[in-house]
Design a protein around this ligand. Sequence first.
Ligand code: SME
Length: 149
Amino acid sequence: MNTLDEFLSYVEGDTFREQCQSICGCLRDVDSRYDWVGIYWLKGNELILGPWSGPQATEHDRIPISEGICGAAAREGQTIIVDDVQKDPRYLACFLTTRSEIVVPIRKNKKIIGEIDIDGKVAGAFNDQDREFLEMLAEYIGSQWPGRW
Ligand code: SME
């Protein structure tokens, strides 16, 4: 996959919700390092799990922004890459197989409205290319957000 445009050509769905669901599945389809992909929406001080795609459901479908790597990314307003989740005290464990994680904030008019959360099965799975691509994707999602969930 080369560009955001190429990736978006795989995305299906008539509504924003359907497109976000498709984005989660397409990310896993195009890159096997993306083992579990979810989008959390920020509502008040809580992150609420929206669409996701992965081998199993997470029990963390609501995360206070005071907790987890997801909470840290929302509080700090920046992408967080964790090479080894076992060494990060902020980590909220979902799956025994997860070793690394990337969380990318989604903004609408500069305000954080959610984030893309991706878990990987090997340590150090994610790099600056992932950051760059996922930040462009997050910008696209934010630009499409209809202003309500
Ligand atoms: N690991 C995340 C929680 C969400 S699961 O990865 C799906 C965290 O530490 O915030």
